[in-house]
Design a binder for this molecule. Sequence first.
Ligand code: NAD
Length: 365
Amino acid sequence: MEFDIAVLGGDGIGPEVTQQSVKVLKSVEGLFGHRFNIKEGDVGGASIDKHGTPVKAEVLDVAASADAVLFGAVGGPKWDDPSASMRPEEAILQLRAHLGVFANIRPVKVYPWLADSSVLKPSVTKDVDLVVIRELTGGLYYALPKGRTDTPQGLSAVDTMRYSEVEINRILRVGFELARSRQKKLASVDKANVLECSRLWRFLATQMSEDYPDVQLEHVLVDSCAMLLIQQPNRYDVIVAGNTFGDILSDEAAVLASSMGLLPSASLSDVPVAGRRIPGFYEPIHGTAPDIAGKGIANPIGSILSMAMMLRYSLSLTEEAASVERAVDRVLQDGYRTADVAVGGATTSTAEMGDQVVAALGSAG
Ligand code: NAD
């Protein structure tokens, strides 16, 4: 099969790790007989420097017309001046809006081979395999009114939390569908004891659960979820939350795996159902890591696994995706470690890690 993939590496370690996932993608192309047409573009600080804008309209169009977008990361100290007229991060916001992605999916898997690399006890993180789904385009971060005013009593600020039935239902459906394809357990996160939006969320989740009698639905208050996620992460399979709660919980969940460099994410514009191809935006969860950029030591696994998610959700190449995931597992089991997850001993460079995944993919095939 033939696919167009937009590859937007960005800044710092973004291009370094993306280069490795493209290397693995090329190997999938050879092994499985597909054709991936790679279309590269500048984004973030690199685009500001070259073109005077965080993302050109032409790049937005390349992304929108591609079957999927593989993204690195954007930003860095060079573009951090608070008085600057544009910021690299605007590229992500514009791409999300242009692609209409509303569901951020972040799997967190703890590899037994890396148990000693985590700050948490191996007994707590053992067998953790969960997914956090975050609503990406609504709620507190976007609703109006929003802003700061000067009042006779001093400064005052307002943000608004608003969710419509349509917005809640479409993200809940992503949760139910993913849970159905996994361990059939869905935790719906809210703050229904305080927030009206959460009461609507809980009502709609309960209503939708009638369509999914095979999925066990649990309502959990966000504060309780934050605690349980660290105490008993194993109780969770799929967690679905609104924008703000999902933002916080997905970063917390990332701590379960030993390094940010390991974790992938997908942002989708529709409900993933087996066999249906959905345009999407795929990126590792980490940023541009200016402290290690250019040193060739970044962990590319988050990017490689993001590419595997792309194969599964946007290209419907399920077996190919599983092969890449198995190859990553094999490489870690064989003891290859980038510096972020190494506990003593020799470390593996970014490029070598990519080469090892390619080798494991080839030998498994
Ligand atoms: P970061 O994720 O870039 O780095 C946090 C820490 O994790 C650093 O010590 C870094 O070295 C380490 N790290 C991150 N990814 C790694 C990898 N693949 N391998 C090994 N170690 C890794 O977060 P930050 O330092 O808060 O942000 C740096 C810049 O990245 C900022 O400009 C920020 O705005 C930007 N950022 C961009 C995105 C994005 O593009 N989606 C996301 C987060 C941060």
